[in-house]
Design a protein around this ligand. Structure first.
Ligand SMILES: [Zn+2]
Length: 511
């Protein structure tokens, strides 16, 4: 306030045109000061001397200083102002690496590993403890943005968004199943429409559609409109004939899928297709979907091939040509393998992300139901061998696509099923290790988890790079993620909307 009074006094001794200019300046100063009277000045932080790696630059990083003002990045500069420390917190970051916050574009926040929906009432405390930890676990591993692809329990997501610390949470609203199709098929028949309000009416296959429901309310256009009205940023649908005990499930017709792709396109929403087979990804390419929510693990008639046969390669070539977003989700299978790893629950990284009470229950006999389910009528060795073959095919697909610069999008499908092997936050790091081991380059991985994801979901105006104006979602790493995938396990600080978080404070076993 003193400064603006002084400048007005100076004005009186100036020539008229100068006086006018200075009066404007004084007015601007006053305007700049006024909000400071009404509201607290936004918190300012200088992150000093980190090697900044931002995907749009294409380099290995440069030593820069980043100013955060309030929730946004205000400056990225090579020269630190001499008075930087006057009204800002200084974070010394020399020798460390600053990257945009990571984005996982395939999560299921309300699904609880090993506690299926009917079991939840019996274990309310474990469920509540887990759900409180989920947003913290994602942040612990640097995930500042997540996209939940299927909302079946809006209340749970609302509670997470209201939690004191949480990543930015986006969603695709309710999933677009066909009647009695995947994944509505998991729920008892009488609950399917309630859990999946965006179930589609398929004129080519009207047979499963209940007589009491209105087909017009279940057209692709109506479903897309509901998603938009609910704030959804994407459309999630499915081509899955089933596995395990649920086989021969109904799937959408190509005509229905094309109509959905057109309706979503008109609303500027990407269509994600659950598709992990040669048949399903062929269907997705033919009908023009935007993103595959899984890798191609199953090659159908070519499953016994040691390496991808020409037919599989030709399909992958079309996926590259059409620039379809690709979530390889290898850790879906890796997480099933972990069910059979006796040392898994003792790992320190597992302790970080799941409350101790739930970990203790995971050791109980009751919690082994899914493992028993998987081994029914067969041996552990056979199950592991089968999963190994699936992973080999998935890994070969990643390698082939990586060599051809496919548009990878980082999405983990956490948790993909009732397995304890897909735990929030940690699962992202495990997925990254698998992708790199399969042949994805470190820069490809970095882009997939930042700018490519942001663009695919229409969020790149806000996140995905370290640039002025973007939301201050940032991660400070101890190593360069362009030199080793292990860098993602060296998180020093996470900023979410400009607020700094110590990763230790986010862990399930925090003091
Ligand atoms: Zn999923």
């Amino acid at each position: 306030m003193g400064a603006s009074k002084g400048s007005i006094e100076v004005n009186e001794r100036r020539r008229p045109h100068q006086t006018a200019a200075l009066a404007w300046y004084a007015l601007l100063t006053l305007v700049a000061v006024l909000p400071g009277i009404a509201f607290a000045a936004p918190a300012r932080t200088w992150i000093v001397g980190a090697t900044v790696i931002s995907p749009e630059r294409g380099d290995a990083g440069q030593r820069l200083h980043v100013l955060i003002e309030g929730e946004r990045i205000a400056a990225v500069t090579a020269m630190l102002p001499a008075d930087a420390g006057r009204n800002a917190t200084i974070v010394r970051a020399e020798g460390k690496y600053l990257i945009p916050g990571l984005m996982d574009s395939h999560v299921h926040l309300a699904s609880i590993p090993a506690i299926s929906f009917p079991m939840q009432a019996r274990h309310r405390d474990l469920v509540d403890g887990y759900l409180r930890q989920v947003p913290r676990s994602f942040l612990r591993y640097g995930y500042t943005t997540v996209v939940d692809l299927i909302i079946t329990e809006p209340e749970t997501i609302r509670a997470m968004r209201a939690a004191p610390v949480h990543p930015d949470i986006y969603d695709c609203g309710g999933g677009l199943s066909v009647p009695n199709g995947y994944p509505a098929s998991f729920a008892p028949a009488e609950f399917r429409f309630a859990l999946f309000p965006n179930t589609l009416y398929d004129p080519i296959h009207p047979e499963g559609f209940p007589a009491q429901e209105d087909p017009k309310a279940h057209s692709p256009q109506a479903a897309v409109q509901r998603i938009r009205n609910g704030g959804g940023i994407c459309v999630k649908t499915f081509f899955e004939r089933g596995y395990g005990r649920d086989r021969n499930l109904p799937v959408p017709s190509a005509e229905l899928m094309r109509e959905l792709v057109a309706a979503a396109g008109a609303a500027h929403l990407p269509v994600l297709l659950h598709a992990n087979t040669f048949e399903a990804q062929t269907f997705g390419v033919d009908t023009g979907v935007s993103i595959f929510a899984h890798g191609m693990w199953n090659w159908g008639p070519y499953d016994s091939a040691e390496t991808a046969p020409p037919q599989v390669q030709a399909l992958l070539d079309r996926i590259v040509q059409r620039s379809i977003g690709y979530q390889a989700t290898l850790q879906v299978i890796g997480g099933l393998q972990l069910l059979f790893d006796p040392g898994y629950l003792r790992r320190p990284d597992v302790q970080r992300v799941v409350p101790p009470a739930l970990l203790a229950w995971y050791r109980s006999d009751e919690a082994q139901w899914y493992k028993r389910d998987m081994t029914q009528g067969t041996s552990e060795g056979e199950v592991l061998a089968r999963l190994g073959r699936v992973l080999r095919r998935g890994g070969q697909v990643v390698q082939y696509l990586a060599q051809r610069q496919a548009r990878f999008l980082f999405g983990t499908d956490t948790p993909s099923g009732p397995t304890i092997g897909n735990l929030p936050g940690l699962n992202g790091y495990l997925e990254m290790q698998r992708l790199v081991a399969a042949g994805m380059g470190l820069r490809q991985l970095f882009e997939a988890a930042t700018i490519s994801n942001a663009k695919a979901f229409g969020l790149d105006g806000d996140i995905g790079t370290v640039q002025p104006g973007k939301r201050a979602n940032l991660v400070l790493l101890g190593r360069s993620p362009l030199e080793s995938v292990e860098a993602y396990d060296q998180v020093h600080t996470v900023w979410i909307g400009g607020a700094a978080l110590d990763p230790a404070s986010l862990e399930a076993t925090r003091p």
